[in-house]
Design a protein around this ligand. Sequence first.
Ligand code: OAD
Length: 232
Amino acid sequence: MTPPQIKDFHRIVFFTGAGMSAESGIPTYRGQGGVWSQYNWEDYACQDAFERDPEKVWDFHDTRRRAVAACAPNPGHLAVAAVQRDRPATVVITQNIDGLHQLAGASSVIELHGSLWRVRCDAEGTIHDDRSAPIAARRCGCGAYLRPDIVWFGDALDPANMRRAIAALAGCDLLVSVGTSGVVYPAADLPRRAMKGGAVTVEINLEDTPVSDLYQHRLRGKASEMLASMMA
Ligand code: OAD
C-alpha cells in the first residue's frame, strides 16, 4: 500500500523521538545500546540525583553534550525542515533534546523535554542558551549550580509547551510519529489528540510499539527512508 503522501496535506505535525536522530549517530534511550541500558536514570536524570551529586550528573551530561555536538542532522531531519518550509503550518513536536531539528532548519519546534543546549540556575530559575561542550561553567554567577534545562524523570512538562502541542495536534490533518517507543507519558498520550481530531495518522518505526495499534498507517524502516517514501 502506498504511504500517505505529504503533498496531500497542509497542517502536518511531526511527533519525533530518539529514533529520529539515530541515523545521526545519537543512541536511543531504550533497547540494545540505549542510554538507559548503560546508565541508571535514577543516578543521572532526576532532580534527586542532581541534589545528591551535581558533579556526577554534570559529567554524564557533558559526555552527552560532547557526543551530540559531534553529530549532524540526517536526511530525515532535513526532510522535516523542507516540509515545514513548503507548508508553514507544519509543527514539529519533539521529545529530543539534541537540537538537530533546528540545526536542519526547522523553525517551529516544540521541545517537550527541554534542551541539552539550555541551562537553568537551580536557585534563581533563570534560563540561558549554552552550546559549550563540555559546559564552560557548571555554576551560575549567583554561586548556585546550573542544571540542564531538560525535563528529567519526575519533572513536570512546561504547561505552555503542552498547550501549544495540544493545539497543533487537535488542528492537524496529518500526524507523523517518528522513532518513539511510546512509553514515556504524558508525551506518549499526545498523538491521541490528533486521532480524536480526525487526522490521518502514521507511525514510523523500525518495529511495533505499544501504541502502534492507534495508528492507521504503520511504516517499518529507518526514519529517513520512510519519510522519503511519503514524498515520493
Ligand atoms: P526510545 O529510546 O524510548 O525509543 C526510540 C524508538 O526509536 C524505538 O521505538 C526504536 O524502535 C525507534 N528507532 C530506532 N532507530 C530508528 C530509526 N533509525 N528509524 C526509526 N525508528 C527508530 O526514545 P523516545 O521514545 O524518544 O526523555 O523516549 C522518550 C523519552 O524517554 C526521551 O525523550 C527521553 C527518555 O527518557 C528525556 O530525555 C527527558
